[in-house]
Design a protein around this ligand. Structure first.
Ligand SMILES: [Ca+2]
Ligand SMILES: [Ca+2]
Length: 203
């Protein structure tokens, strides 16, 4: 820290990020500078990440969802998000390709990271999403998806699974691609707003 090396992106990382995202070299370099300004250590901790979510959902409890999102972005599982993981996250949630987004969604739902999704894992993520929906909006949800249990049940039934079955990554991606209704049920739309706000902050 503090030396000139830490304030510049390495060539390797720059090339890697350029080829894996839609961002230009200039954008990446600018973001790296603001990233270091906000996180001088070069890493975002889970607490900081939860704090960002909390600030965008003053009337709700996004902490569980934020923890799951954090886990899904922390690809090397070291408990922090470095610049690379942060940029991949930004790319995925703002403009990534559908397939990449669905791979990420699978990782989000695969809570224990064992490569399949169980019904419990669906329930857990859906519950964390519900914590972010204001009570007033929950009242307007359709009757068969207005509780975490019902919504999880609906998703599970769509995949045609029995209670103790598992959903593989391939099944998950294909299923969601084939059915826009399931896509709507597995996601929470609000994070796009968060991304927009984060982007505003950068300019
Ligand atoms: Ca990490
Ligand atoms: Ca799993």
């Amino acid at each position: 820290m503090g030396n000139t090396k830490s304030s510049a992106l390495s060539k390797e990382l720059l090339e890697e990020l350029k080829s894996n995202t839609k961002y230009s070299e200039a954008e990446l370099c600018t973001w790296y500078q603001s990233f270091l300004k906000e996180c001088p250590s070069g890493k975002i901790t889970k607490e900081q990440f939860e704090g960002i979510y909390a600030s965008f959902f003053p009337g709700a409890d996004p902490s569980a969802y934020a923890r799951h999102v954090f886990r899904s972005f922390d690809t090397n599982a070291d408990g922090t998000l470095d610049f690379k993981e942060y940029i991949v996250a930004l790319h995925l949630t703002s403009g990534g390709k559908t397939l990449q987004k669905l791979e990420w969604a699978f990782a989000l739902y695969d809570v224990d990271g064992n490569g399949t999704i169980s019904k419990n894992e669906i329930q857990e993520i859906v519950r964390s999403i519900f914590n972010m929906i204001p009570a007033d909006d929950q009242k307007n949800l359709p009757d068969d998806e207005n509780t975490p249990e019902k919504r999880a049940e609906k998703i599970w039934a769509f995949f045609g699974k029995k209670e103790n079955d598992k959903i593989s990554e391939g099944e998950f991606i294909q299923g969601v691609m084939d059915n826009k209704d399931i896509l709507r049920l597995i996601q929470y739309d609000e994070p796009q707003k968060i991304k927009d706000k984060l982007k505003e902050k950068k300019h």
